[in-house]
Design a binder for this molecule. Structure first.
Ligand SMILES: C[S@@+](CC[C@H](N)C(=O)[O-])C[C@H]1O[C@@H](n2cnc3c(N)ncnc32)[C@H](O)[C@@H]1O
Length: 204
């Protein structure tokens, strides 16, 4: 099953499930509210059903949310009404094809470990940002969590119950960002069965 089909099928349940680590979510949401400025043009790739976009778009000048899954985007769009920020829009698009910029900040929340072509996407993000632009990401660290999980994922993937997931450690994620050319301004690891690393990476 390809990624788009997997996430399309997952969308209705994803939309209903509660956030698994609400404290961790709020901690990084608060941090992003500080980092995002009113003049910023923001692109969020892998925005899912748009919950975070709806919380952040008010504070910036333009916010585009994209996702590979048309079903995720349809749910995100269904949340828009007359009271939604006018500067927010959604589009179904693979992270490997970034929408036309300019983008001052690119957000990738719970996404990068799901990309088979991660190095290529990181390079495209880097190229799309101006000097001083930010990539803010939260990334699952399969290698740093419970040892059983990396063994189970391929089995679940074989029966269509898990997506592609790259086995990354915190060190590997930080190295990938640095090798692309980014400077790491902030990093924060949140514990869990699959820990996550929140990174603020700046194009020098
Ligand atoms: C774990 S969910 C995270 C959603 C949202 N960012 C959040 O934090 O709740 C991963 C999302 O990435 C999307 N996704 C997976 N592969 C993608 C790709 N190649 N390009 C764009 N989006 C992708 C999925 O459709 C899904 O909505």
């Amino acid at each position: 099953m390809d990624n788009e089909t997997f996430w399309d099928k997952a969308a209705p349940k994803y939309a209903k499930d509660p956030i698994s680590d609400m404290d961790g979510y709020n901690q990084t949401l608060d941090r992003m509210r500080v980092l995002l400025k009113s003049h910023h043009k923001v692109l969020e790739i892998g925005c899912g059903t748009g919950s975070t976009a709806l919380q952040l778009a008010n504070g910036v000048s333009r916010y585009i949310g994209t996702d590979i899954s048309p079903q995720m985007i349809a749910i995100a769009q269904s949340k828009l009404d007359a009271t939604s920020p006018a500067q927010l829009s959604f589009a179904a698009q693979d992270a490997a094809r970034l929408p036309e910029g300019p983008h001052d900040v690119i957000l990738a929340l719970n996404l990068l470990h799901l990309l088979p072509d991660l190095e290529t996407v990181l390079q495209q993000i880097y190229d799309a940002l101006p000097s001083g632009g930010l990539l803010i990401a939260k990334t699952g660290l399969l290698k740093d969590g419970l040892w059983l999980i990396p063994l189970i994922i391929p089995l679940l993937k074989a029966i269509g119950k898990a997506p592609y997931v790259r086995k990354l450690s915190a060190v590997e994620m930080l190295d990938l960002l640095k090798e692309t050319g980014f400077v790491i301004d902030e990093q924060l690891t949140q514990a869990g069965v699959v820990p996550r690393i929140f990174t603020v990476a700046r194009k020098p």
